[in-house]
Design a protein around this ligand. Structure first.
Ligand SMILES: [Zn+2]
Length: 118
């Protein structure tokens, strides 16, 4: 149920989203909250967590749903901007986004679990 509490978060054998530029693993598909979000240039995914990313400077940004304190998120592998992280939402109804990642769909590649030949 709560994937973050697992002692060894293994990507191996799990479907993941990878960076479209350098193929670094960015997030488990299990961590997806919603696909019905808007990124800067298109569709965005709201995710519980992301890996192999680094954050830019925090800033207040007016979004469709009000002002949010966000930080851009970059791929550790290739420095491409992948989306942003929600530090804070000003509107009560948007608080559920705090601590979550918004990743641009076009920056991600969906990969299914690897299959090994025995
Ligand atoms: Zn990358």
């Amino acid at each position: 149920m709560d994937t973050k509490s697992q002692a060894t978060p293994m990507f191996y054998g799990h479907p993941v989203f990878s960076c479209s530029q350098c193929a670094a693993v960015i997030a488990l598909q299990d961590e997806l909250i919603s696909k019905a979000f808007s990124g800067r240039d298109g569709r965005g995914y709201l995710m519980h967590s992301a890996v192999n990313v680094k954050m830019g400077k925090r800033e207040d940004r007016p979004l469709l749903t009000g002002v949010h304190t966000v930080a851009d998120v970059y791929c550790m592998g290739c420095n491409d901007r992948l989306g942003w992280y929600y530090h804070k939402a000003s509107d009560q109804s948007q608080k559920y986004k705090e601590g979550k990642y918004l990743l641009e769909r076009e920056k991600l590649v969906k990969e299914n679990a690897w299959k090994l030949d025995e």
